[in-house]
Design a protein around this ligand. Structure first.
Ligand code: UGC
Ligand code: NI
Length: 178
């Protein structure tokens, strides 16, 4: 069993796996007569293969409990996959670099802060959507088209949060979102 403690997600740490989607760590320019800030081109949407096209979907996920036990990671070889929380939901991200096998010491676990989304680059191994605390609603951008676009790799992983963190929002977080 590979035991991992999820670390706070940062764009730098996630760079080998894709992009973090977050206005707080992104540039913008003004449009619409200055009324709108456009945070432009935050992540690379990849749609490869036959009849490939970009899909926009919404996932409504039931929360996971901790420690999170994962029997496999999956990858989408023909396209990227982005998850953006629609109501500041926090979620667990477990990733490993593209390749035909997964080296256990290359696996990384992160926890988001509710304001962050992620875009998994094509071929990046990842855990399936794992929202914390409550039912979560995510905007998902990924690839549709012909052919297989989902491989699974069996690997037993157990994920915990840093000492003292629980999977329930703390008092301050509840105040923030109320
Ligand atoms: N299967 C599916 O559409 N979702 C997974 O790819 C996932 O990463 O949650
Ligand atoms: Ni996926």
């Amino acid at each position: 069993m590979l035991e991992l403690e999820a670390q706070p997600l940062t764009p730098e740490a996630f760079a080998p796996f894709g992009e973090v989607i977050d206005t707080r760590t992104s540039d913008y320019f003004h449009i619409n007569a200055g009324r709108t800030r456009r945070y432009h081109d935050l992540a690379r949407v990849e749609t490869l293969g036959e009849q490939a096209r970009a899909l926009i979907s919404i996932f409504v996920s039931q929360p996971v409990t901790l420690p999170l036990e994962l029997p496999f990671l999956e990858r989408h070889p023909q396209g990227s996959q982005a998850f953006v929380p629609m109501h500041e939901e926090r979620f667990i991200v477990v990733v490993a670099p593209p390749g035909e096998t997964i080296a256990p010491d290359s696996v990384r676990a992160f926890v988001t802060d509710g304001r962050q989304g992620v875009n998994y680059a094509a071929g990046t191994w990842h855990a399936i959507q794992s929202v914390l605390e409550r039912e979560g609603e995510f905007l998902v951008v990924d690839r549709g088209g012909e052919g297989n676009n989902c491989d699974e790799y069996p690997i037993d992983i157990r994920v915990t949060l840093p000492q003292g963190e629980t999977d329930m929002p703390t008092e301050s977080e509840q105040e923030k979102t109320s």
